[in-house]
Ligand binder design. Structure first.
Ligand SMILES: Cc1cc2nc3c(=O)[nH]c(=O)nc-3n(C[C@H](O)[C@H](O)[C@H](O)COP(=O)(O)O)c2cc1C
Ligand SMILES: *[C@@H]1O[C@H](CO)[C@@H](O)[C@H](O)[C@H]1NC(C)=O
Ligand SMILES: *[C@@H]1O[C@H](CO)[C@@H](O)[C@H](O)[C@H]1NC(C)=O
Ligand SMILES: *[C@@H]1O[C@H](CO)[C@@H](O)[C@H](O)[C@H]1NC(C)=O
Length: 372
């Protein structure tokens, strides 16, 4: 291991230039017709992660919806993160016994030594109260019910302690944090995290400055301020001395990956999938030496399988679960179940027999032909 405490997390950042479909047409309109605010769409009629967003968009006040829908500036990275998965294909394998695939889900995924039943987790998102009066309660409870990892945001509506109170006995969570050079405050926070029983601190290092979120700014639903935070490798080293809890770095630019790695692999920060491809081509051992997680734009089972095939340990999902949380615990639980099912179906159709053992050769490196 290069460093047992160093884990990295890739986020997106790149460009797309074609018309963009935020909500792919899978017949939602025909089915729901004129579903309007206050008609909570029946959960059993929502059949995939994008449905939760589409239904929530019609039900939530626009400012609330926008807070979650939000992307930075012209939203190029946001779009690319969603679209890029479609530009790389999987090479399906036939005549493989996939009948035990479902049985490989429980404990399929180990994240920092903790077992979970799916290779995806609930990424930290601020302000669960925009979607549900019980705020993050549904996320905590559904994660426990489905045995997946939940990483509460430090900017959650509920406090660390309130979230802890909703946890099930033995439930493993990590705690996201923003940290600055005030060591007194950091120590206080680390003590609270420790007391909460969270098993890792996820330090978001992609907020040296706040995001420029134009869509949200219209509704005053953006957290934009103009402060800057000093975040360096020296700072990270210092933080590690302040706690015995593992610290996971949540980073946007993958040039950071070259730090602590042998080569000055100049990896540019693009979408998580493109970054994973680049790492895989230039320094695939990184995936073996440290655990790499990734998030941004993951919506379908096939997206998850592609990331796993490249060597990513687990993928995070943010917005879809915030939208699912409009339906509370049941909604998030359904979203998790749907994605597990999709991963199973997609993996089986690709000839994957065991989720723990996804063969890299199923991934097709050459970008697909892209619809113009
Ligand atoms: C509304 C919203 C709030 C977020 N808040 C945080 C946060 O407080 N801390 C953090 O590290 N990341 C935060 N993120 C980023 C998510 O952890 C995650 O990287 C991103 O949502 C993944 O992309 P996806 O939404 O396309 O799945 C937030 C994202 C959104 C959309
Ligand atoms: C995780 O699962 C493995 C087998 O898949 C098992 O050996 C190990 O004991 C489990 N760890 C925990 C903490 O449950
Ligand atoms: C919209 O967000 C506000 C918080 O800004 C919250 O108080 C309100 O309950 C939310 N509305 C709905 C319908 O969830
Ligand atoms: C640092 O954090 C502590 C504890 O939260 C606070 O009392 C103090 O004012 C902070 N110091 C500065 C310089 O902001």
């Amino acid at each position: 291991m290069r460093s047992s405490l160093l884990s990295l997390w890739l986020l997106g950042g790149a460009f797309a230039a074609r018309p963009f479909l935020n909500e792919p047409d899978t017949g939602f309109d025909e089915y729901f017709g004129s579903l309007k605010a206050a008609d909570l769409a029946p959960l059993d009629s929502l059949v995939g992660l994008p449905d939760f967003e589409e239904a929530a968009r019609r039900m939530l006040p626009i400012a609330n919806y926008t807070y979650y829908r939000n992307g930075a500036a012209g939203e190029w990275s946001y779009r690319n993160n969603l679209e890029v998965f479609n530009r790389y294909a999987i090479r399906p394998r036939m005549m493989i016994d996939v009948t035990n695939l479902a049985a490989s889900f429980p404990r399929s995924t180990t994240i920092l030594g903790h077992n979970f039943s799916a290779p995806f987790f609930i990424a930290p998102c601020a302000r669960g109260d925009y979607g549900n009066i019980d705020a993050e309660k549904g996320l905590v409870e559904a994660a426990a019910a489905e045995d997946v990892l939940y990483i509460p945001s430090l900017s959650a509506f509920l406090s660390i302690e309130q979230i802890t109170a909703y946890k099930t006995d033995g439930q493993v969570t990590f705690q996201q944090a923003y940290l600055n050079s005030n060591e007194t405050a950091t120590k206080e926070l680390f003590a609270r995290v420790k007391a909460s029983g969270a098993k890792a601190i996820v330090f978001s290092v992609d907020s040296a400055a706040n995001g420029n979120r134009q869509r949200a700014a219209r509704y005053g639903a953006s957290s934009t301020d103009v402060s800057y935070t000093l975040i360096t490798w020296e700072f990270y080293e210092r933080l590690k001395t302040l706690t015995d809890i593992p610290i996971v770095l949540k980073a946007r630019s993958t040039r950071d990956l070259s730090i602590e790695s042998r080569a000055a692999a100049k990896l540019t920060g693009r979408s998580p999938l493109e970054v994973a491809i680049e790492i895989n081509q230039k320094d695939p051992n990184i995936f073996k030496e440290i655990e790499v997680y990734a998030d941004g734009g993951v919506r379908y089972g096939a997206d998850v399988v592609k990331m796993l095939a490249l060597g990513v340990r687990a993928v995070g999902i943010g917005r879809p679960f915030m939208f699912a949380n409009v339906w509370g615990t049941e909604g998030v639980t359904r979203a998790i179940k749907l994605l597990k099912t999709e991963i199973g179906l997609d993996a089986a159709n690709m000839g994957v027999a065991n989720l723990k053992n996804i063969d890299q050769s199923i991934f097709v490196w050459t970008p697909n032909s892209v619809p113009a």
